[in-house]
Unconditional design. Structure first.
Ligand code: ADP
Ligand code: MG
Length: 607
């Protein structure tokens, strides 16, 4: 007997499951479906992303509702529009043999009238985001007073996004004798609170270790200099020609920037974050699903729960603020039994976080070196050889072959192969031949942490952890207020009541000028240049000395342009259009995705 039938599902649902190609129930499905079919009870189910939670609540709900009635009986709340649509589609597929089933999606950014009309036609199941749902309730466009089943999907994320009050309000319009099913990847305090508040002795289902990552995912980290982050990202992509990945950044701004930069450098990339319009987001997601975009650069919130199979790599361009978030990120890959790789690009100051993550995921990271230029050339060469080998012959080429054959009459196969692949190889070779390796200098004096060159300026600032800053928050604050680029602020070192940071000397005037009279919350924020601490000099009498410091000096032994081998690589945005030409991706293989139009934000975050 079919394993799904054994769980107690009716034939028409089993049929839909067959159509979908699901062969065996996942663990959460196996544990949840019989429980929910058997009894009318509340339930809390904890399972990581990608474990098939939608079907775990979807099938029981479909079996239990009355299709012949047009009353709304099931309500599924989910944190984002993207997820809402995803669940709706899934539910429609599950219920494709249920005649008369109407599953309606309710979410912001689309016509409320259209949604209301769909509901009016008799939606047995509503899948909604909390904001729009609340809105529709207050306008009396939906009636959830008779629902029997309420699902809180991705509950932890909904609470993270501040939907607690909306959920409370929405549920207050539902009857108290319904069943509430809560699904979550993690169980923070807030979720247990909600379980207490809204549920009666819920059944509990836990799959795998709490917070543990998928076993199909391997974890790697790459230690690089803080400002080599973007270069490292490009190399990781270049070393994996078939990459299909989600790249996580911490802020919307970085997300946008990295995506734009990638597009500019010829990669097929797109941005996904909250400053994009709904329509822009839809376009990006559609291209990504269709694999027209190879690299989706996203914020955590925007990418939460996105269910795209076959993602080969998750790249943590920056580590998340909350270490727990790492599990969600890496859960985007290694789905449906496939293997995946989660990569983390870290600078020296963050490397200790790797240990904390290892404790949470209960798995070890593999420390890897960013591929060298020559390694990339080799990979690319092999990939293009394989591609040519597997290319299907287009018969339309026939009429032109005579001429081509004549042209190559005096060229042997051996030679032809060399010539053909040289053209591909040379592109990457020229780009990478002069590049340095992106290893972070290790084993040196801790002060080498400070960009050991004369083009860097170190500052003192009179705010610190006492004021609620950690190094990441301070870095974001500085970049935002100073309108600097990603990685223009580095070596941020936060003490209790003050902190230090660096910028390139070229930003010195801007920084000092900006903070001349800068007040925040009624208090002057003071920035001064700190004296360069040189190991060659007598350290006594350190202290701060304004006006002097790191800046100014001539180009010394440690000049970055010497160290890097070619000048431009170390300069933020321009770094890639370096002396050896455009990025090698800028050619045949990779079409920039749809002009990158959709990756522009609707509004600027800047005040
Ligand atoms: P979650 O909500 O736990 O993150 P989803 O419900 O989005 O996971 O399911 C992840 C993917 O796995 C979806 O593409 C879904 O169609 C697929 N899937 C779900 N159950 C099964 C199954 N039993 N066998 C194969 N694939 C499944
Ligand atoms: Mg889900």
């Amino acid at each position: 007997m079919n394993a799904f039938k054994e769980l107690g599902l009716e034939d028409h649902l089993v049929q839909a499951i067959n159509d979908l190609g699901f062969e065996t129930p996942s663990e959460v499905q196996e544990k949840t479906i019989p429980l929910l079919l058997d009894q009318e009870s509340d339930l809390v189910a904890l399972a990581q992303t990608g474990t098939g939670k939608t079907a775990a609540f979807g099938f029981p709900m479909l079996q239990k509702i009355d299709i012949n009635s047009r009353t709304t009986q099931g309500l599924i709340l989910s944190p984002t529009r993207e997820l809402c649509l995803q669940i709706t589609n899934e539910m429609k597929l599950y219920g494709k043999h249920c005649k008369g089933l109407n599953v309606t999606a309710i979410y912001g950014g689309a016509s409320i009238t259209d949604q209301a009309n769909q509901v009016k036609r008799g939606a047995q199941i509503i899948v909604a985001t909390p904001g729009r749902m609340k809105d529709m309730i207050s306008r009396r466009l939906v009636d959830i007073s008779k629902i029997e089943y309420a699902v809180l999907d991705e509950a932890d994320e909904m609470l993270n996004m501040g939907f607690f009050e909306d959920i409370t309000e929405i549920l207050s319009y539902t009857p108290s004798e319904k069943s509430t099913w809560l699904f979550s990847a993690t169980m923070p305090k807030e979720v247990s609170l909600i379980a207490k508040k809204f549920m009666n002795s819920p059944l509990e289902v836990t799959v795998g270790h709490k917070n543990m990552g998928s076993k199909n995912v391997s974890h790697e980290y790459f230690l690089v200099g803080a400002r080599d982050r973007y270069q490292a990202l490009k190399r990781l992509a270049d070393a994996n020609p078939e990459i299909f990945s989600v790249i996580f950044c911490r802020t919307k701004r970085d997300t946008q920037k990295v995506a734009e930069q990638l597009i500019e450098d010829g990669y097929s990339a797109g941005a996904l974050h909250g400053d994009l319009s709904q329509n822009q987001r839809d376009v990006v997601m559609k291209s990504f699903r269709a694999k027209q975009i190879q690299m989706l650069v996203a914020t955590d919130v925007a990418a939460r729960g996105i269910d795209v199979d076959d993602i080969t790599h998750v790249i943590n361009y920056q580590l998340p603020d909350e270490i727990e978030t790492y599990t969600h990120r890496s859960g985007r890959t290694g789905r449906a039994g496939k293997s995946g790789i989660s990569m983390v690009i870290v600078s020296k100051s963050e490397v200790r976080k790797i240990k904390s993550i290892e404790r949470i995921i209960q798995k070890e990271f593999i420390k890897k070196e960013v591929p060298t230029g020559m390694e990339i050339c080799e990979v690319q060469l092999k990939a293009s050889a394989n591609k040519i080998h597997d290319t299907e012959i287009n018969q339309e080429i026939e009429p032109y072959l005579n001429e081509i054959n004549t042209l190559f009459e005096d060229v042997s196969k051996d030679e032809l192969i060399k010539k053909f692949f040289s053209s591909e190889f040379t592109r990457f070779f020229n780009y990478y031949k002069k590049s340095k390796d992106l290893k972070s200098q290790s084993g040196s004096h801790p002060e080498d942490n400070y960009r050991a060159d004369d083009n860097s300026t170190r500052y003192f600032i009179n705010i610190g952890s006492k004021d609620g800053y950690d190094w990441m928050k301070l870095k974001d604050f500085l970049r935002d207020t100073l309108q600097l680029n990603q990685d223009d602020v580095y070596k941020v070192d936060v003490k209790d009541s003050f902190a230090f940071f660096n910028t390139d000397a070229s930003h010195k005037d801007k920084v000092l000028e900006f903070f001349t009279d800068f007040k925040q919350d009624g208090r002057f924020i003071n920035v001064e240049i700190t004296e360069k601490k040189s190991r060659d000099r007598n350290r006594g009498g350190g202290g701060r000395r304004s006006g002097g410091g790191y800046g100014g000096g001539g180009r010394g032994r440690n000049d970055r342009s010497n160290r890097s081998g070619f000048k431009s690589e170390s300069r933020g945005r321009r770094s890639d259009n370096n002396s050896s030409g455009r990025s090698p991706r800028r050619s045949s293989d990779f079409k920039p995705s749809g002009g990158g139009d959709f990756s522009r934000p609707r509004k600027s975050r800047r005040k």
